[in-house]
Each structure stands twice: as structure tokens, then as C-alpha cells.
Design a protein around this ligand. Structure first.
Ligand SMILES: [Zn+2]
Length: 305
């Protein structure tokens, strides 16, 4: 499974407008609440606990007092009949060490946590993190600048002045493995960790199809002309709000013209070399993305074909 996919939750979108239902479930002792503090999820146990970690899903009433008035409380959905919520407790000073959560667990960077949690927890975390992050960045109306308020269990904000409704956004990104014969193209973005190479990627622009964005990005970043583009899979990527759309793209030739403002280096990997690297190897200091990234699955699917 690709991390951040396969959520166990039924989003039960039809219940988001039922304020009475949400109030009752938020107080139901069977419900579960995930606190996020400054976009970091609560994780049960000490910060040196071995993987797999366990997401800090708490009974209602434990963490809510740490949230500031008006802070997001989000109805994530139902698992079986049990409701799950996420709350933003960023107003707390040091909630892992003082107050009701002290001694129960710790807060951890969401991306780091996602590498150590079971897949079901990663999917729940992705939904929670993306939404709380969106609320944090959308306190004011993009139309008139007045403050907005949370509505519909966290799935909408409404402007108090002009009544415009704002909905959580997802930004599509194409990530494509260019292939030529029995080789694939991987590049180093300028912000990548040393030695890491990955599939090339870029945001889809307004008015573009997925295939057009793949072809444009490959031409802009690497100077290669793509023919056939094939869809592979998608991955929600909550950093902060992307949907990664994985594709394969056959290109006409291997000669590269890199856009050095984006890609500092790129190499063609023969299939056997890519297979060894994606399964944890390193060669000449080159390594490929870990399992958390869709690029890992894209490269692996091609390399092991
Ligand atoms: Zn407004």
C-alpha cells in the first residue's frame, strides 16, 4: 500500500452539517480524538519508542481543554460506528510535558511520524494534518479579507462579512518517471537531502490536463520530449495539501538539458541498477526515496516489471 492511502474511515460527509450529531459524538466516550500541536500529531508512548508507533487517539474530554476558543475541531469520519475527530491544540505551551496529556505520549513532526506509523494511522494522520493545516492558513476571506469561521465539522469556512464559503483545497501535482528503453530518469531537486534522486515532479497549472503537465514539466526541467504518458496511482500528500499523481512517460531520447534552478543533477538508471537502489541499496552515494513517497512505488513498479 502507498502511505497516506487506504483510510479505514467512512468520511460520512452527509453528517457534517448535522450539528446535533457532531455535538453528541464529540462527547461520546466511544469516540476518538487526535490532538495536533503545531501540526505535529500526538503519538502514544515515549519519543524513543520503537516502530511501529501508535497514533495518539484519545477518549473525548482529555485534550479539548487545551484548544483555544474557535480552534479547529474536525470530524474525520466513522470507523465502524465510532466517530473520530482531530483537534488543534497549538495554543498549549508544552502539552507533552504539562497538563492532561503529560506522560501519555509525545508530539512528532508529521512526516517523520508517517514513516514510523502503521498504514492505517498514516491515512488518518494525513486527513487530520491536511485539514488543520488548511484552517491555520485560511483564517481570512480570500475575497474580502474579513475573518472566516469554521463550519460543517471542519470541512468549510464561512466569511462573516460577505458569506463566501471556502472549502479545503487539494493541489494536484504530477510526478513522473521518464523512461527510455530499459532506463529511467531520476533527478536531484535543489532542496533534496544529499545523494537522493527521485522522479521529476511539478504542480499542474490551470487549464492543463495531467498528460500535458507531465510533458511540460519533463521538457522544462530536463529538456526531454515525452510521448506516451501512462497513469500509475495517486497519493494524498499533506505537506501541505497536494495530491501526487504518479505517471510513467516514454521519452524520445536521453539527452538532457536541465533547468538548474530546479534540478541540480539528473541521471539515467538502467533497470537492474534502479531495482537494486529502490530495494535499499546505495551506489556512488546515490539513493532513491523511501517507502513514504509515491516516487518509491513508481520507481519500484517500473524496476521490478
Ligand atoms: Zn469575505
Amino acid at each position: 500500500m502507498i502511505p497516506f492511502t487506504g483510510s479505514p474511515l467512512d468520511r460520512a460527509g452527509q453528517m457534517r452539517t448535522d450539528a446535533e450529531f457532531l455535538r453528541a459524538r464529540a462527547a461520546d466516550p466511544d469516540s476518538l480524538v487526535l490532538p495536533l500541536w503545531r501540526l505535529q500529531p500526538f503519538i502514544l508512548g515515549p519519543d524513543n519508542a520503537p516502530a511501529p508507533l501508535e497514533l495518539g487517539l484519545l477518549r473525548p474530554g482529555l485534550a479539548e481543554a487545551l484548544a483555544a476558543p474557535g480552534a479547529p475541531s474536525i470530524f474525520l469520519g466513522l470507523e465502524g460506528g465510532r466517530a473520530m475527530f482531530a483537534i488543534d491544540i497549538s495554543a498549549a505551551r508544552d502539552p507533552a510535558n504539562e497538563g492532561p496529556l503529560a506522560g501519555l505520549g509525545h508530539f512528532r513532526d508529521a512526516r517523520g511520524a508517517a514513516m514510523l506509523l502503521p498504514d492505517r494511522d498514516v491515512a488518518i494522520l494525513g486527513e487530520a494534518k491536511a485539514l488543520i493545516d488548511w484552517h491555520e492558513r485560511h483564517g481570512f476571506c480570500a475575497r474580502c479579507g474579513a475573518p472566516t469561521a469554521i463550519a460543517d465539522g471542519g470541512w468549510k469556512r464561512i466569511c462573516a462579512a460577505c458569506n463566501t464559503e471556502h472549502f479545503p483545497r487539494t493541489d494536484p501535482v504530477v510526478i513522473m518517471l521518464a523512461t527510455h528503453g530499459d532506463a529511467c530518469l531520476v533527478g536531484r531537486g535543489k532542496h533534496f537531502p544529499p545523494g537522493m534522486f527521485s522522479a521529476l515532479a511539478g504542480f499542474i497549472e490551470p487549464g492543463e490536463t495531467i498528460e500535458e503537465a507531465v510533458r511540460r514539466e519533463l521538457m522544462e526541467e530536463a529538456g526531454v520530449r515525452a510521448g506516451d504518458v501512462k497513469y500509475y496511482a495517486t497519493q494524498p500528500w499533506p505537506f501541505p495539501a497536494s495530491l501526487m499523481i504518479g505517471c510513467f512517460a516514454d521519452v524520445e531520447a536521453r539527452a538532457l538539458t536541465l533547468d538548474k534552478t530546479e534540478i541540480v543533477e539528473a541521471v539515467w538508471l538502467e533497470r537492474a541498477e534502479a531495482r537494486a537502489l529502490i530495494n535499499g541499496g546505495q551506489a556512488n552515494g546515490v539513493w532513491l526515496p523511501p517507502r513514504i513517497a509515491i516516487a518509491h512505488h513508481l520507481i519500484k513498479a517500473w524496476a521490478e516489471k
